[in-house]
Write a protein that binds this ligand. Structure first.
Ligand code: ADP
Ligand code: MG
Length: 826
């Protein structure tokens, strides 16, 4: 008999695939003895079965659920469907990879006209009972019956207006009972049937809908965005409800064990009194802070949980310590306080900004919770590009029009758009946009991804907008209370300022400021954590990371990012950049350049350019790929370094000479030794290479005679992956751009990959986008791949390295270190 159902707490390790992340963490928290309402999980295997068998279940599932439910009734001390003390259920989704907010959940299940009366009588709180009932009808009808959410929102809105309030907490029992009737009429009108009173129908309806949500549009979109595999699917956890809406001594909250924006080791969270958790994430009211410090920081007028419910807070803070010690990572938790008693509803590794990830990894390693290797493995290499994003210049003039909550770090400027669709459309045209919404929902993720930054009117620092923005690395300002969005007119107002769609604004997710226009930025500075973790990464890696550069400015920034060398510098690119121009390029290339003034002036300019660059290298090695014009490729090299068929001296050596002269000059003026590696492209035969070697040697001697400085250099050859014959020979340079490598390996370039690979992924042809997965495997593949075509890596220089774009230096430093650690571990 296959076991389809596992109760929380009857726990064995390694169940993530089977129980999903939420199910297994509920089981694990129960085993730790934390206060978790009882429940059980239906496995992801049932989800696979469900989709393979036209949305039906294995025969013995129902029996297993009935048994598990009976056990749960026993531990909860209440019975599902009892008219005096009804047990209510939450039916929760949860896949092995967490997909926050993408899958459906049904709360307060088990209410009908009879049990609601029982609940009201037993709790002596009819307001509470009808609050649950209206929430249940609303949720069940949208999730299971597929009725439009807005229909219920409209009912609630008009009821509030009639009662003269904006807050659902002001609605009394009668008003809520009235709302229940209104909701039932909506259901009747939409489906032609009464809202289901049969509890088994409710239960299996919800289970089917939650499994079904695995294939809903937004879940599919999310999986494609984050490379989440489509199998095995989601598990379904069924849990006893606990109630944060039982009055002023009850609440629901979400928290992170550390600050997910900065990584600071301080409890960070929000809660709302007399509510259920759904409202918190939806950003219906702007919530209260967990700690007094948080309240002071956000300027929230209402007391913090620490002040309002000190006992429950203390217990929660202890749970926080316990969870961090157990999971050895920052956790994102959901909890409910029912009449002063704390219940834990969820824990998972928290999403965080790149800066926070760095700081948390560093501090956890420093305090011995994890090892330094673990810290290196914890950094998502791609997320480092976020760290390289510029911050607003402190000196820049800012026209601040509003302030919201600083919810995801970084600054962004762009055109105001009000819909996710518009964000996608303009982003495709290469525009930077800021997505401005009252609040966001999971329908918005593609638009949020397309946007440079996200600004919302409602919602706290744990709202959907904030959480998703942090995960995506988009700056976010949420809960901008004074902002009024007028969707119809296509603008928003803050006091007397009006900002229209298409206007440019800037948001600062680190301060919460919203500004008109584009505000100047400065390059980011690196934290102590960044420097330390990167140094740990450098220590485990077997090769250097160098930056491919074209300009002196790039050298400086790449050195700041930890480049251990530079190049290969492609002279083909440099010629354009040096400004000395096209004339020289074509003259040299065609071998027509003579001792005429034109050429000398040109080369003087080059010499100066190299001189500047060499000075800022400050001793780090630079590899320069000597220029070779395609026209020359077909001609064998002459013994003087020129090419047969050209009428004067050659293509390679005059530039080599200029470079040597520049290095000599720098040295003569007291600069550091230039660690110079000259690379000859496209030589195929050994004899060809020796000719060039001799010619350049002669030139170096001449330079030494003229300047009195001996310049040492290493002369090597570039592997050109497209010329297998050249690779089979000994080559000295190993400089491969990962993108080039992927293009070489699979025949698809990065630009083409955007549409094509997405399509392949949607159809299940490929599982991941190789361009998006610099998790180390790719780097490893590069190294392996090169082994198999026998490239000797920098054997003479004694250095092997990978070269990448300057901005990607930190990404490669980390991903290559991770590859090394993983292969060491395996
Ligand atoms: P998601 O995956 O979208 O976070 P959850 O299953 O965590 O969905 O449910 C969403 C919210 O519903 C939770 O944050 C919590 O506040 C509430 N909830 C879930 N289960 C229970 C329960 N047993 N009792 C009370 N509230 C619950
Ligand atoms: Mg949740």
């Amino acid at each position: 008999m296959t076991r389809w159902v596992y109760a929380f707490g009857d726990d064995r390790a390694g169940r993530l695939e089977l129980l999903g992340r939420k199910g297994s963490s509920l089981a694990e928290m129960s085993s730790l003895g934390l206060p978790v309402p009882p429940g059980f999980t239906i496995t992801t295997e049932v989800c696979s079965y469900f989709f393979q068998n036209s949305r039906t279940y294995p025969d013995d599932l129902q029996g297993q659920v009935t048994v598990a439910l009976a056990d749960m009734e026993a531990s909860a001390g209440a019975r599902f469907g009892a008219s005096d003390l009804p047990l209510l259920l939450s039916v929760r989704s949860g896949a092995p990879t967490s997909m926050p907010g993408m899958l459906d959940t049904v709360l307060n299940l088990g209410l009908n006209d009879e049990t609601v009366a029982g609940l009201a009588a037993r709790s002596r709180n009819p307001r509470f009972a009808f609050d649950c009932y209206r929430r249940f009808i609303h949720m069940y009808s949208t999730v299971v019956l597929g009725i439009d959410y807005a229909e219920f929102e409209d009912c609630l809105g008009s009821l509030k207006r009639r009662e003269g309030t904006g807050l659902d907490t002001d609605l009394d029992a009668d008003a809520l009972e009235h709302l229940v009737h209104a909701y039932k009429s909506v259901v009747k009108a939409a489906t032609g049937e009464e809202f289901p009173q049969d509890l088994q129908e409710q239960l299996w309806g919800a289970i089917g809908a939650v499994f079904g949500s695995w294939m809903n549009r937004r879940a599919v979109a999310y999986r494609s965005l984050y490379n989440v595999p489509a199998s095995p699917g989601t598990a379904v956890s069924i849990q006893a409800m606990v109630f944060g809406n039982m009055g002023e001594d009850s609440a629901a909250g979400v928290a992170c064990t550390r600050n997910p924006s900065t990584g600071e080791n301080r409890f960070y969270g929000e809660f709302m009194v007399n509510t259920q958790g759904e409202d918190l994430v939806a950003g219906i009211r702007t919530p209260q802070q967990l700690t007094a410090a948080g309240r002071a920081e956000t300027g929230c007028g209402l007391p913090a949980m620490e002040e309002l419910m000190p006992d429950a807070f203390r217990e929660l803070d202890a749970v926080r310590q316990r969870l961090e010690a157990h999971y050895r990572d920052m956790q994102d938790i959901e909890f409910t306080v029912q009449q002063g008693r704390l219940y834990m509803l969820q824990t998972r590794a928290g999403k965080r900004t790149a800066a926070a990830a760095m700081r948390i990894a560093f501090e956890m390693a420093e305090s011995g919770i994890i090892s330094r290797e673990d810290a290196v493995l914890r950094i998502r290499p791609e997320s480092l590009e976020q760290l390289m994003k510029p911050a607003l210049s402190p000196k820049a003039i800012r026209r601040v029009i509003a302030a919201g909550l600083p919810s995801s770090q970084g600054a962004a400027s762009g055109l105001v758009v009000f819909t996710p669709g518009e964000a996608e459309r303009l982003a495709e045209q290469g525009e930077n946009v800021i997505l401005v919404r009252t609040e966001t929902s999971s329908e918005d993720i593609r638009g949020m991804h397309a946007a440079q930054g996200i600004l919302t009117a409602r919602g706290g620092r744990n709202s959907h907008a904030a959480t998703v923005a942090r995960a995506m690395g988009r700056p976010c300002v949420s809960g901008t209370g004074r902002m009024r969005i007028d969707g119809k007119a296509g603008c928003f107002h803050v006091d007397d300022v009006t900002v229209k769609a298409g206007d440019r604004i800037t948001i600062d997710g680190s301060t919460g400021e919203v500004m008109l226009g584009t505000v100047a930025t400065t390059e980011p500075s690196q934290s102590q954590a960044f420097t330390a973790v990167m140094t740990w990464a450098d220590a485990v890696r077997g090769f250097d990371v160098r930056a491919g550069i074209r300009t002196s400015a790039a050298v400086e920034s790449a050195r700041g990012l930890g480049a251990q060398g530079f190049g290969p510098l492609d002279l083909g690119d440099c010629i354009g950049n040096a400004g000395c121009g096209i004339v020289i390029e074509s003259e040299i290339a065609l071998g027509r350049a003579t001792e005429g003034t034109e050429r000398l002036e040109g080369l003087a300019e080059w010499r100066q350019g190299f001189g500047t660059m060499f000075r800022i290298l400050a001793g780090l090695p630079v590899a320069i790929r000597l220029y070779r014009h395609p026209e020359a490729d077909s001609s064998p090299v002459r013994s003087d370094g020129g090419y047969a068929g050209s009428d004067s001296r050659g293509v390679v050596t005059p530039i080599a000479r200029t470079i040597l002269e520049a290095a000599a000059m720098v040295r003569a003026h007291g600069g550091a030794d230039v660690s110079l590696e000259l690379l000859v492209p496209c030589t195929i035969e050994e004899a060809e290479f020796s000719c060039l070697k001799d010619a350049i040697g002669t030139m170096a001697d001449a330079v030494q005679r003229e300047t009195g400085v001996k310049v040492t250099y290493f002369l090597g050859r570039v592997a050109d992956l497209r010329i297998p014959r050249a690779c089979a020979n000994r080559v000295s340079d190993f400089g491969i751009d990962p993108d080039d490598f992927v293009r070489f390996a699979i025949g698809i370039g990065r630009d083409e990959s955007v549409g094509l690979l997405d399509l392949c992924r949607q159809r299940g042809i490929v599982e991941i986008n190789p361009f998006a997965c610099h998790d180390g495997t790719l780097t490893q593949e590069i190294v392996d791949g090169c082994d198999s075509i026998r490239i000797t890596v920098c054997e003479t220089a004694g250095r092997s390295y990978i070269s990448c774009a300057p901005s990607r230096v930190p990404v490669v430093r980390i991903s290559a270190a991770q590859a090394a650690l993983r292969s060491r571990g395996s």
